[in-house]
Design a protein around this ligand. Sequence first.
Ligand code: ZN
Length: 185
Amino acid sequence: MPRSRLLAVDEGDFGLVLRAARFAAWKHRDQRRKGRGHLPYINHPLDLADVLWFEGGVRDPVVLAAALLHDTIEDTQTSLQELQGEFGEQIARIVMEVTDERSLHWRARKKLQVSRARLASPAARQVKLADKICNLRSMISSPPNGWSIERQRAYFDWSKEVVDQLRGANPELEARFDQVHKKRP
Ligand code: ZN
């Protein structure tokens, strides 16, 4: 019955995910996505959590919260210490695992993402997989202004290189990625 299903929700877990969504929405409040329509940035972390839950069957609140927070350190004024204080060591560590080194040139950054993927924890692998799925879907439905077909293809190829290092963490998500990758422009 719907009522008992509701009662089965662990309030602490739900609260954690809700707090992460709220924190990320605040941090990304002035940002927009690159593609057509310039959606509010928060739609992207919410998409990841949605993909993890509905397509990857992920029920671990730590993974879901980390997904909501995954771009805060890379793209907003959020420090590792702040995340540790708000959400604890474990979630902060997962976010760090999926955060690119911004000081590097984009080419080096992309290479590093491939080599780091191999060493990522199972939680970080799942967040990364969802990120790649969402990014390729956005690339298809609404490519960023000024991106040539060649650039879009290179993005697809690089995403697959990263995902090939992540395999083994969540077969459902890997299959979803392969599905979307088939639509390479
Ligand atoms: Zn992302």
